[in-house]
Design a protein around this ligand. Structure first.
Ligand code: FAD
Ligand code: 2HG
Ligand code: ZN
Length: 475
């Protein structure tokens, strides 16, 4: 892609046999050079960015991470931190020969306090494993996303992932209470507090949330977890227009109030892809738009009554044309997969140009309509879905293969359009390699310069995840 094209390799050292000896001694059996294993760690989930690293390190402890970074910093060796490698902006894989530092073996739960609901764990714990662990104790993770089976909590924090429950439990900037981070020179920064309130000076952990591995390697996380709701309902509804969908959202907020835990949408083009590529069956009659509403509460009768009243209202007023409701787990899961598996369906549809924007919710779908008109037959599919409750649209455009002419018709138009309405060009996925140079569409030059100053202070040699997040003119 135009701007994601890799910049020239910076003058880092190259890994020598002596370096390999050091790593092998430090991490017996866990300094991997087998090309078959490296192959998958060098490529991102979308298979759109491919690095050429010859070393994959799998530390188990914070001390090992500290020794690795201290050594790499002295030797001027670049490092690309990697969690579950599900990131969507080319941030999790090396661009050239950066050493891959994986958290895959840092998967220990450290403590869980069942009174406060505070979980402390290593960064490499898989999100779904944490959810399973917590559910046994009647708690849940405050975040959930389609990549839960692979993504690591450290990767989630490093991208400040939003996901499907943000509407209810807020962003990781609120639920993460503490972090342990290894800085570029190997120093361990212990900010692993487990306090709801702590206004002693600057909140340093916030710097590492969403900084995509460019400022430090997160080794442990403490996070505030909600109680497991006793009653969960999911409604899958059809709407004849986006305007009706917005009005349904308004009604939903008013009538479901505190039990609303998700309000997500997909358009008919997404449904076609789910049917075509994943053989999923539309549970209701065909509609231009579909909504997934989840309620989570503590009293089934109360929740069901509220949901019933809401559904009656939106159906009698024709805001919603058809719908189905699930209360048992298997059906809830099936309905959720209509939303969670769109990204997977898109991957089967060819090369995908992905946009992840946030904007005032009334305007948000205009972009999809504009792009369909603008691109006509040049695009294979133009689809819109996302987190309506958070004002976050996922616009995805597919073509049979990479298509520079199509790309030129999409970018920078999409970014200009978003910027014109003061939107964000990356609502929840980050900038990584692919979007780093578009940062100015959402941030002022002064802000970006200050980001560069922070990077220079924390990582003066620039060894941590080079070519990512910050634009090429900054570092
Ligand atoms: P990786 O992909 O391995 O890494 C992501 C970034 O974090 C990279 O820059 C990497 O260098 C850095 N990093 C990883 N671990 C560390 C660490 N310990 N310390 C420092 N830096 C680190 N995102 C959303 O926000 N909401 C969604 O709903 C959502 N759904 C998704 C659904 C699917 C099917 C897929 C494939 C992706 C989805 N994503 C979503 C993208 C999302 O960013 C990631 O899934 C997740 O947060 C990344 O975690 P990971 O462990 O895979 O990190
Ligand atoms: C989602 O909400 C993810 O499903 C992925 O953030 C979005 O693939 C995408 O564009
Ligand atoms: Zn999303």
């Amino acid at each position: 892609e135009a701007s994601s094209a890799a910049p020239p390799r910076r003058p880092f050292s190259q890994v020598t046999p002596a370096d390999l000896d050091f790593f092998r001694q430090l991490l017996p059996g866990r300094a991997i050079t087998d090309p078959d294993v490296l192959e998958s760690s060098n490529v991102d989930w979308l298979k759109s960015v491919k690095g050429n690293s010859e070393v994959l390190l799998r530390p188990k402890t914070t001390d090992e991470v500290s020794r690795i970074l201290s050594y790499c910093n002295q030797r001027n060796l670049a490092v690309s931190p990697q969690g579950g490698n599900t990131g969507l902006v080319g941030g999790s894989v090396p661009v050239f020969d950066e050493i891959i530092l994986s958290t895959a073996l840092m998967n220990q739960i450290l403590t869980f306090d069942s009174i406060s609901g505070i979980l402390t764990c290593q960064a490499g714990c898989v999100l779904e494993s944490l959810s399973q662990y917590l559910e046994e104790q009647d708690f849940i993770m405050p975040l959930d996303l389609g990549a839960k089976g692979s993504c690591h909590i450290g990767g989630n924090v490093s991208t400040n992932a939003g996901g499907l429950r943000l509407l209810r439990y807020g962003s990781l900037r609120g639920t993460v209470l503490g972090l342990e981070v290894v800085l570029a020179d190997g120093r361990v920064l212990n900010c692993l507090a487990t306090l709801r309130k702590d206004n002693t000076g600057y909140d340093l952990k916030q710097l590492f949330i969403g900084s995509e591995g460019t400022l430090g390697v997160i080794t442990a996380v403490s996070i505030l977890c909600p109680r497991k709701p006793k009653s969960v309902n999911v409604a899958f509804l059809g709407c004849s227009s986006f305007q009706n969908l917005l009005e349904t959202f308004q009604a939903c907020r008013g009538m479901l109030g505190e039990i609303l835990s998700a309000f997500e949408f997909l358009d008919a083009s997404c449904m076609n892809l789910l049917e075509k590529h994943l053989k999923l069956t539309n549970p209701i009659t065909e509609s231009p738009f579909y909504i997934v509403i989840e309620t989570a509460g503590s009293n089934a009768a109360h929740d069901e009554e509220k949901l019933h009243n809401f559904l009656e209202k939106v159906m009698t007023s024709s805001l919603v044309t058809d719908g189905t409701v699930a209360t048992e787990e298997a059906k809830i899961k099936a309905l959720w997969s209509m939303r969670e598996r769109i990204t997977e369906a898109l991957r089967h549809d060819g090369y995908t140009y992905k946009y992840d924007i946030s904007l005032s919710v009334e305007k948000i779908y205009d972009l999809v309509t504009h792009m369909r008109e603008r691109l006509g037959d040049r695009a294979q599919n133009v689809v819109g879905y996302g987190h309506i409750g958070d004002g976050n649209l996922h616009l995805n455009i597919t073509s049979p293969s990479k298509d520079p002419a199509l790309l030129a018709a999409i970018e920078p138009y999409v970014y200009e359009w978003t910027s014109q309405y003061q939107g964000s060009i990356s609502a929840e996925h980050g900038l990584g390699l692919k979007k780093r140079n578009y940062i100015y569409y959402s941030k002022t030059p002064e802000a970006v310069t200050l980001m560069g100053n922070i990077k220079a202070m924390l990582d003066p040699k620039g060894i941590l995840n080079p070519y990512k997040t910050l634009p090429d003119d900054i570092c």
